[in-house]
Design a protein around this ligand. Structure first.
Ligand SMILES: [Zn+2]
Ligand SMILES: [Zn+2]
Length: 77
């Protein structure tokens, strides 16, 4: 039995994620995404795919990166 650290739900199928050596426990992927997925700097959406990163700032796609003036990032299709 573990307790989701985001919503506090006690759930027997909760799972653990290790991020930067720290353990996080969630009852669902939705809670995990809410808690730890980075946000696109431009549009604010949660990045749950690969995304793009430049200087510690995340973007969901090359288009958003370009809107923020980052021109060297391209989607890796
Ligand atoms: Zn939860
Ligand atoms: Zn975006």
């Amino acid at each position: 039995m573990a307790t989701c650290e985001l919503c506090g739900n006690d759930y027997d199928k909760a799972f653990e994620l290790i991020l930067d050596g720290q353990s996080h426990v969630f009852d669902s992927f939705e809670c995990a995404i809410q808690a730890i997925a980075p946000r696109c700097e431009h549009c604010g959406c949660r990045i749950i795919g690969h995304g793009l990163e430049k200087g510690g700032v995340f973007y969901c796609c090359a288009h958003c990166a370009q809107q923020e003036g980052v021109t060297e990032l391209h989607d890796r299709a």
